[in-house]
Ligand binder design. Structure first.
Ligand SMILES: Cc1ncc(COP(=O)(O)O)c(C=O)c1O
Length: 385
């Protein structure tokens, strides 16, 4: 039990992340529900255009999840068996899984100890003649070192994909995540910056990639209007094997309405982070380093607990704090051991960080009081272990 003296009825219940749904979001969804189009309609196009414009990319291709977005990006590049894709271990499994979906091999490059972002020198070390892409994960909402990664990708003639699922609205050198790599995947899961329930998108400047991904999300079906005239208005062709990764119009209406509030919500996330930073400054608890010249979107607020993380975690949960651990390094999952022979020792920096990290509650509706309560609980838990 926590040593906190709060009565259970007074204790808070703070998840590590949660959506914020307001009346205008509900009205936007209801409007689409009353319209003719529930899927493949105009709300999807409008959301794609709005997100692409926000991040400064030419195209947005909306799909049913962030995982589908990563899969579409791998397909868009034309990756397959024999190809290698460099990924970091400190991420959600979907980042690496997307390479496996297309038959490619994920190759893990360790992260930087201070930021837990993929380490460009490790990326260089892992490149072989089979490497076709690098996936950079903007972990916790902080953009990776794209200034270092872009020249590596260019030198070897390989693609740079951003897994920006944590980082919608983050910036580096005044450019948004979404326009810093050849393709960027976003997730609109409820714990992310804006939500569509489930959903995702890929942004890119490359019209060819965008076209391939649009076909891929719809079973690989193409409709050529010239052929329709010649062969019949019903005519369509399945040119390649695709999936049903479509997103619905009412989901996109929700996402579009939420996008209008993204900047305000990110400002609030940054305020919360500053409050946590100030509280932990000069104590045994350290946060992650923020790179120069970036604007952090704080999907997560991650601390390193100096000792006994497991017990601190349990004590926080007992006190109503929905602490979490992001992530178990992906190469340690049994699937990756069995399929690729990966295991402990492959990425020592990520493995050491995993022993200490803890994500604290972080979402725009948190009050200062919620933050202070979380901080008090962290100090009490650490003092007790
Ligand atoms: C880094 C990262 N990549 C990919 C995904 C997959 O996104 P989704 O849950 O929308 O499929 C997530 C989701 O948590 C994620 O955190």
């Amino acid at each position: 039990m926590s040593s906190l003296k709060l009565l259970p009825s007074l204790a808070k219940r703070l998840p590590y992340g949660r959506q914020q749904i307001e009346e205008d979001d509900i009205a936007a969804v209801v409007k689409v529900l009353r319209s003719d189009w529930l899927t493949t309609g105009p709300a999807i196009d409008a959301f794609e255009v709005a997100v692409a414009r926000y991040v400064g990319a030419e195209h947005g291709v909306a799909v049913s999840s962030g995982t589908a977005a990563l899969h579409a990006a791998m397909y868009g590049l034309g990756l397959g068996p024999g190809d290698e894709v460099i990924v970091p271990p400190m991420t959600f499994a979907a980042t690496a899984n997307a390479a496996v979906f297309v038959g490619a091999t994920p190759v893990f490059a360790d992260v930087d100890a201070d930021t837990l972002l993929i380490d460009p020198s490790e990326v260089s070390r892992k490149i072989t003649s089979r490497t076709k892409a690098i996936v950079a994960v903007d972990y916790a909402g902080q953009p990776c070192d794209y200034e270092a990664l872009r020249p590596i990708a260019a030198k070897h003639g390989i693609a740079l994909i951003a897994d920006g699922c944590h980082a919608l609205g983050a910036r580096a050198d005044n450019r948004c995540v979404g326009s810093l790599a050849d393709m960027t995947a976003f997730s609109f899961h409820p714990v992310k910056h804006i939500t569509t329930g489930e959903g995702g998108m890929v942004t890119t400047d490359d019209a060819g990639f965008a076209q391939r991904m649009r076909t891929f999300r719809n079973h690989g079906i193409t409709t050529d209007h010239r052929q329709r005239t010649e062969r019949g208005m019903w005519f369509y062709e399945m040119a390649d094997l695709g999936f049903n990764y479509r997103i619905s119009d009412f989901q996109c209406a929700l996402g579009h309405s939420q996008l209008n509030k993204l900047d305000v919500w990110i400002s609030r996330r940054q305020e919360i982070a500053r409050r946590y930073d100030a509280a932990f400054a000069g104590t045994s608890i350290s946060g992650l380093k923020t790179r120069e010249g970036i604007s952090h979107a704080y999907h997560l607020y991650v601390i390193r607990v100096p000792r006994n993380r497991q017990e601190v975690f349990v004590r926080l949960r007992d006190a109503g704090i929905g602490a979490n651990v992001h992530y178990i390094p992906v190469h340690l999952h049994p699937f990756y051991g069995e399929r690729f022979g990966y295991g402990p020792g492959l990425c020592p920096v990520a493995e050491a960080a995993y022993q200490q990290i803890l994500s604290l509650p972080m979402y725009p509706a948190m009050t200062d009081d919620d933050v202070d309560y979380t901080v008090d609980c962290v100090f009490e838990a650490i003092a007790a272990v």
